[in-house]
Ligand binder design. Structure first.
Ligand SMILES: Nc1nc2c(ncn2[C@@H]2O[C@H](COP(=O)(O)OP(=O)(O)OP(=O)(O)O)[C@@H](O)[C@H]2O)c(=O)[nH]1
Ligand SMILES: [Mg+2]
Length: 653
């Protein structure tokens, strides 16, 4: 398969970007009537050409300052930039702005193309070269190929093709096996096909029949067909520009700025924590400033709040930080006015609300930060832990650090495996390994599909032991706290799997600290009864055992036990909890008597003859009980599925 790269043009209006794309590919990227009429590019244009062994997709952007917004939608997915400067005009405002945008987006490499070389003499060309060198000094374009070309004479075009092919070999491939994400840059209907969207597949792959999500919005769509470079293909892979034919969605339901994504891999968000880098030529980026946030092909309005501790001198609330100085960097919380699909590691651009000039760029650190105070030293320290360089080889270390922060943020609720992808940006294939690594490093504890911070887990385990100790002390006769009640009391907002794991750990320790049935108790807990209570308990149990199916009444009990009523009451409750006595309707029976009864009735079935049946009279006679006991006992047998009532008799099941 051919290598694919996406080359974006950049540069001032009328500097020959579209003409150059046409000269290189044979396709005029200006497709709108209005563009042809006005002779300028308004919206993104696309063309492609195979150069040597590389499939080069061109994204041609408008140079007009009013359409920088469209330029941004195109610049988000490019691998290389062709910075275009007309030799007869040299560096102009949008040359600078487009170049700044590429720098802030960390476009990895590119070429400088001096167009209209046929219009200038050698001295002028040299001057322009000097000016451009000055512009790009210290940036990713320092030392990049700089080629003088003329679309009119064809001069320099071959050298440019060679330079692009060469550079493309150095571009890192995009991750085809990661989650799918295609920011939509165009939506249209095609006769005979229906709805088609186009965009650069920044990660993952899209094959025919795939089920994807359009987000924000959350509509599920099915892929009908895939085209790459105008050709039908079984699938498109990361790094390619693709046209995707979608089933089950109308053109009106889709727009630029949405993305086609793997369901579940991203969550809509309106808040994100980020690193921000302000352009040296911009004004102070004020705390709370309203901005235009551009990411992928989306533009969303929002506000920037700086994450930094206020001066502690002031009493009460610390004064607001003023802002980020031109050329400065800092951490900020972005609050968007509409939903966005963001991932950790996304680059973005900020433009002023009005006039809309490019002022800053940044990197998303956390697309779903907790709602915590941001003007504190802790918030700043948290961002420092989250900060990273996406290009660095130390990415694994940074990922682990970020995960630890997010696990802490998540508190008792824990960080789910799903959030490890949608929030921490971890490839779903690596989630399990990362979770185990974090657990191995004792920074977190894993319970099923969630990670919880080690301190919270320890606190929970200690809390369980403490609560049980207090419970046993307060209610020595209780056999423990019902499991659910304990969870409500200690971990109501916590993840159930974490609580279960804590119980399991405490019960499996050596020696075990607790035992868990439907009630949880300390293993050290013994029922401590006073001698009087113990005597009462024994007498009661004996009385019920002896009573069998004719349990003692209150008077008989008082006579048999001879203890004060409150003690009798407590001991009866204890016997019920210990399951020595069983409540049937309002009566109590000894468990053994009921077991014997069930066995005996069930055994009727084995006697020769047809169906075994029993009625009230037979029951009274056989078991020697009065109606008062017979009725509740028979109903009990029905409930226990030993018998089934049909009319006046019962069938033994
Ligand atoms: N002589 C000469 N004219 C050129 C050359 N390249 C472009 N032009 C002319 O410059 C004008 C602008 O060219 P475009 O390609 O539309 O410029 P652009 O950069 O795409 O402009 P926007 O998209 O509006 O920003 C057109 O009239 C072109 O014919 C060249 O190499 N030599
Ligand atoms: Mg153009």
């Amino acid at each position: 398969m051919l290598r694919s790269i996406v080359v974006g043009t950049a540069g001032h209006i009328d500097h020959g970007k579209s003409t150059l794309v046409l000269a290189l590919t044979g396709t005029d990227p200006d497709r709108l009537k209005e563009e042809k009429a006005r002779g300028i590019t308004i919206d993104l244009g696309f063309a492609h050409q195979t150069i040597d062994d590389v499939n080069v997709a061109f994204v041609d952007v408008p140079g007009h300052e009013r359409f920088v917004k469209n330029m941004l939608a195109g610049a988000g997915g490019i691998d290389l930039v062709a910075l275009i400067v007309a030799a007869d005009e040299s560096v102009m405002p949008q040359t600078r702005e487009h170049f700044d945008i590429c720098r802030l987006l960390h476009v990895p490499a590119g070429v400088v193309v001096l167009t209209k070389a046929d219009l200038v003499d050698a001295d002028t060309l040299e001057l322009v070269q000097m000016e451009v060198r000055e512009l790009v000094a210290g940036s990713f374009l320092e030392g990049a190929p700089m080629l003088a070309v003329s679309a009119k004479t064809g001069e320099g075009l071959d050298a440019l093709r060679t330079a692009l092919a060469e550079l493309s070999r150095r571009v890192l491939g995009r991750e085809a096996d990661a989650v799918t994400r295609l920011p939509i840059d165009r939506v249209f209907t095609m006769k005979g096909f229906g709805t088609v969207v186009t965009g650069t597949l920044v990660s993952g792959r899209i094959a025919a029949d795939a089920e994807l999500l359009v987000a924000p919005g959350g509509r599920r769509v099915k892929v009908r067909g895939v085209q790459v470079h105008g050709q039908k293909q079984p699938e498109a892979t990361a790094g390619q520009r693709a046209a995707i034919n979608l089933a089950g969605v109308e053109v009106d339901d889709l727009s630029r700025g949405q993305a086609l994504v793997t369901p579940g891999a991203f969550e809509e968000t309106r808040v994100a924590d980020a690193t921000i880098e302000v352009l040296p030529g911009a004004k102070l980026l004020k705390h709370g400033a309203r901005v235009r946030f551009h990411q992928g092909t989306a533009e969303v309005l929002g506000r920037v709040s700086l994450i930094r501790p206020g001066s502690s001198a002031a009493a009460g609330r610390s004064p607001e930080p003023l802002g980020l100085e031109p050329g400065g960097r800092g951490f900020a919380r972005l609050r968007l006015e509409g939903p966005a699909i963001l991932a950790r590691g996304d680059r973005f651009i900020l433009r002023a609300y009005s006039p809309p000039v490019t002022i800053a760029g940044g990197l998303i650190l956390d697309p779903r930060p907790p709602r915590t105070a941001i003007r504190t030293a802790a918030a700043l320290a948290r961002c420092e832990q989250l900060a990273f360089d996406p290009g660095s080889s130390e990415r694994g270390v940074a990922e682990e650090r970020a995960l630890a922060v997010m696990v802490d943020d998540a508190g008792a609720a824990g960080l789910s495996f799903a959030a490890m992808t949608s929030r921490a940006g971890i490839d779903p294939r690596h989630v399990e390994a990362r979770a185990n690594a974090l657990a191995g490093a004792k920074r977190a504890v894993r319970a099923g599909d969630v990670l919880v911070s080690a301190p919270i887990y320890t606190q929970l385990k200690d809390g369980i032991v403490k609560a049980l100790t207090a419970h046993h002390k307060g209610q020595p006769l209780s056999e423990g706290v019902p499991r659910e009640e304990l969870r409500e009391q200690l971990f109501a907002r916590g993840h159930a799997a974490v609580f279960d794991r804590a119980l399991a750990d405490l019960a499996a320790g050596s020696p075990p600290a607790i035992f868990v049935k439907d009630r949880v108790a300390l293993t050290t807990h013994r029922l401590e009864l006073t001698p009087e209570e113990e005597r009462a308990r024994e007498a009661l149990e004996r009385a019920y055992r002896d009573g069998g199916l004719r349990p003692p009444d209150a008077a008989a009990i008082a006579a048999a036990v001879g203890a004060p009523p409150p003690i009798v009451d407590r001991m009866l409750k204890l016997l019920v909890r210990q399951k020595a006595l069983v409540k049937v309707d309002v009566l109590l029976f000894h468990d053994e008597a009921l077991k014997a009864l069930k066995a005996e009735v069930a055994a009727l079935k084995n006697s020769p003859g047809a169906e075994a049946r029993i009625d009230v009279a037979m029951f009274k006679e056989r078991f020697g009980v009065s109606r008062k006991f017979a009725i509740p006992l028979l109903e009990y047998l029905d409930r226990e599925r030993v018998t089934r009532r049909t009319g006046e008799t019962r069938i033994v099941l």
